[in-house]
Design a protein around this ligand. Structure first.
Ligand code: ATP
Ligand code: MG
Length: 553
C-alpha cells in the first residue's frame, strides 16, 4: 500500500459522474446528499457514505446536502440529529444545505393526493398482516386487495380524513397502485402512508400520518435537485419504485439512483439498531465508548478524521458486498499517528529503579525530542532524578532470545537520557521483583558509551515528578470476525475488550496534555486524553497498539 496521500481511485461512481458531465446529463451539475435517519449515532459504515457523497461533490465542483430522513418519529430524536451534524463536521465536511424529510411533509402529502387523483394510489383497509399475506411470494403473484378499485373520490375523502385524525392507528394505509404480479415484490402496491399518532421531534403533533421511506426518499431527492442519489446495495430492488414514483409525479428533476456495497467491518457491528442495543443494555458505556465503531467512539478513542477518510478511500467502492479486515482500519490509524502523534513517556505497569551513583536530591531537566523524524515539532523538558520508574516488562529476569531491554548485569539506554546498568534485583518475601538497583554512566548523555554498543532503548519517568494516570486499553468488541452470523450477536462480545490500569505514571508534561493531541508511548501504543480526566485526574485511552499484534496469537 502506498503511504502517500491517497489519490482518488478510479471507482465506478466517479466514472459514471464523469461520463454524465461529459454528456451534460443533469445540465452539467453534480448534486449529492447524505441522508441519515436520526435514529442513532453515525458509525464507520456511514463514514464510507459521507466520504463518497461529499467527496464526489467536492471533486466535481458540485454540492452535497445533509438530509435527515426523519419519517419514523418513534425512533428518532434531537440528540441523534445533533450528534450526526457534529460527526459529519468532525469528519471534515461542510454541507451545502441542511434539510429534513419532514420539511417536505406538506409537499409529500400533495403529491400523494396527486397520485390518488391520477388513479395511482388507493386507501386500503387491509391490516399489515393481510397485506403481507396478499403480497404473494417470489414465485407466486400477489392478490389484489378488495379496496384496490375504490373510486378516486372515495380515496381522496378517506386520505383527507386519515390526515385529519379520524381513524385509529393502522386502520387504513395509502398504497401506490402499481402491479400485484410484478416479479419485484417492492412494486406490488407498496404502502406509502401510514397512520401513526406519534409526536415528531420537529413537526410535533401536526401530523398523525407519516410517509414511508421509499416514497419519501425519491421525492426529497427530486425536490433538492439531487443529480446522483448514492445508496447501498440493498436498495437496488427499490430502484424501480424510486423511478416509478418520480415518473408518475413528473417532478422537476429525476435523480439517478446508484448503488454501492455497504462497508462491513470484521469484529464489529455496523447497524444502528444493534449498536443501540449495546448502549441501552449497557454492554458498553454509551454511544461514544471507545470500543464502539461509531464516529463518536472512534473520536474518543483518539482516531483522527484523516485516518477515517484515508480508510474510506483505501477500501474503495464496489458493487459487491465484502468484509474488510479490522487491520485495514488500524493500518490507516497507525499511518496517521506515526506521523503526527507526539512522543511522550509513560509507564503502564511501573517498576522502580534506583540509580545508586546518581546524587541524592538532584534533578536534571533533559530536552527530549517530541518526534524523532520531525524536528520541527520541537523538544520538551523532562525531569530526571535518582529514582525512576520503568515498564515492568522492560526488564526480564530470564530474557527470551534477542531481548534488547534491561537484564541483570546488562545495559540499556533510557530514552533521551543516560545508559544504565542493572546491578541488583530486589525481591519481596513472595519472590516478586519490587526494585532494581542500577548505576548510570554520566558520560552517555546524547552520545554513545565508550568502547561498547548498547542496543535497547526504554522509556522511563522520574518517580517524584511523574503524574499518576489511569490508562484504558481497548480490544475488539467482538471475539469473532462476523458477530452478525451468531444466533445472538451479544454472545460474541469479547469479555476482555476493556482493561483499566489504574496506577500508571506519565511524564510530568502530560499533566497539561491537550485533549486534541495524540501521543505515542514507546512500545505501548498511541494514546489520547479521555474526557473523564478532571480535577487533576488523568485518564488516557489507547487508540491502537504500535503494531498489529492481534492476528498472530
Ligand atoms: P443502519 O442499519 O446502521 O441504521 P442505515 O442504512 O439504515 O444503517 P441510514 O441512517 O439510513 O442508516 O444511512 C444513511 C446513509 O448511510 C444511507 O445512504 C446508507 O446507505 C449509508 N450507510 C449506512 N450504513 C452503511 C454502511 N455500512 N456502508 C456504507 N454506507 C452505509
Ligand atoms: Mg435506515
Amino acid at each position: 500500500m502506498s503511504t502517500n496521500e491517497t489519490l482518488p481511485s478510479a471507482n465506478f461512481i466517479r466514472q459514471i459522474v464523469t461520463h454524465d458531465l461529459k454528456e451534460n446529463k443533469h445540465n452539467g451539475r453534480v448534486a449529492t446528499r447524505f441522508p441519515p435517519e436520526p435514529n442513532g449515532y453515525l458509525h464507520i459504515g456511514h463514514a464510507k457514505s459521507i466520504c463518497l457523497n461529499f467527496g464526489i461533490a467536492a471533486e466535481f465542483g458540485g454540492t452535497c446536502n445533509l438530509r435527515f430522513d426523519d419519517t419514523n418519529p418513534e425512533k428518532e430524536n434531537i440528540e441523534y440529529m445533533e450528534s450526526i451534524e457534529r460527526d459529519v463536521r468532525w469528519l471534515g465536511f461542510t454541507w451545502s444545505g441542511l434539510y429534513h424529510a419532514s420539511d417536505y411533509f406538506e409537499q409529500l402529502y400533495d403529491y400523494a393526493v396527486q397520485l390518488i387523483q391520477q388513479g395511482q394510489a388507493y386507501v386500503d383497509t387491509l391490516s399489515a398482516d393481510e397485506i403481507r399475506a396478499y403480497r404473494g411470494t417470489l414465485t407466486e403473484p400477489g392478490k389484489p386487495s378488495p379496496d384496490r378499485n375504490r373510486p378516486i373520490a372515495e380515496n381522496l375523502d378517506l386520505f383527507a380524513r386519515m390526515r385529519a385524525g379520524e381513524f385509529a392507528d393502522g386502520q387504513y394505509v395509502l398504497r401506490a397502485k402499481i402491479d400485484m404480479a410484478s416479479p419485484n415484490i417492492n412494486m406490488r402496491d407498496p404502502a406509502i402512508y401510514r397512520i401513526r399518532r406519534v409526536h415528531h421531534h420537529r413537526t410535533g403533533d401536526a401530523w398523525c400520518i407519516y410517509p414511508m421511506y421509499d416514497y419519501t426518499h425519491c421525492i426529497s431527492d427530486a425536490l433538492e435537485d439531487i443529480t446522483h442519489s448514492l445508496c447501498t446495495l440493498e436498495f437496488e430492488d427499490h430502484r424501480p419504485l424510486y423511478d416509478w414514483v418520480l415518473d408518475q409525479l413528473q417532478t422537476p428533476s429525476h435523480p439517478q439512483q446508484i448503488e454501492f456495497a455497504r462497508l462491513q467491518l470484521e469484529y464489529t457491528i455496523v447497524s444502528k439498531r444493534k449498536l443501540n442495543q449495546l448502549v441501552t443494555e449497557k454492554h458498553v458505556h454509551g454511544w461514544d465508548d471507545p470500543r464502539m465503531p461509531t464516529l463518536a467512539g472512534l473520536r474518543r478513542a483518539g482516531v483522527t478524521p484523516k485516518a477515517i477518510r484515508d480508510f474510506c478511500e483505501r477500501i474503495g467502492l464496489t458493487k459487491q458486498n465484502s468484509w474488510i479486515e479490522m487491520g485495514v482500519l488500524e493500518y490507516c490509524i497507525r499511518e496517521d499517528l506515526n506521523e503526527n502523534a507526539l512522543r511522550a513517556m509513560a509507564v503502564l505497569q511501573p517498576l522502580r529503579i534506583v540509580l545508586d551513583n546518581y546524587p541524592d536530591g538532584q534533578t536534571e531537566l533533559l530536552d527530549v525530542s517530541n518526534h524523532p523524524q520531525r524536528p520541527e515539532l520541537g523538544k520538551r523538558s523532562v525531569p530526571f532524578s535518582k529514582v525512576l520508574l520503568i515498564e515492568q516488562d522492560d526488564f526480564a529476569e530470564l530474557p527470551p532470545p534477542k531481548y534488547k531491554r534491561l537484564v541483570e548485569g546488562g545495559e540499556v539506554r533510557l530514552r533521551g537520557a543516560y545508559v544504565i546498568k542493572c546491578t541488583e534485583v530486589i525481591k519481596n518475601a513472595d519472590g516478586q521483583i519490587i526494585e532494581l538497583r542500577c548505576s548510570y554512566d554520566p558520560d552517555t548523555l546524547g552520545k554513545n558509551p565508550e568502547g561498547r554498543k548498547v542496543k535497547g532503548v526504554i522509556q522511563w519517568v522520574s518517580e517524584i515528578h511523574a503524574a499518576a494516570a489511569e490508562i484504558r486499553l481497548y480490544d475488539r468488541l467482538f471475539s469473532v470476525p462476523n458477530p452478525d452470523n451468531e444466533a445472538n450477536f451479544l454472545d460474541a462480545i469479547n469479555k476482555d475488550s476493556l482493561t483499566v490500569l489504574e496506577d500508571c505514571r506519565v511524564e510530568a508534561s502530560l499533566a497539561d496534555a491537550n485533549p486534541d493531541s495524540r501521543y505515542q508511548f514507546e512500545r505501548t501504543g498511541y494514546f489520547c486524553l479521555d474526557k473523564d480526566s478532571a480535577n487533576g485526574k488523568l485518564v488516557f485511552n489507547r487508540t491502537v497498539t504500535l503494531r498489529d499484534g492481534w492476528v498472530k496469537d
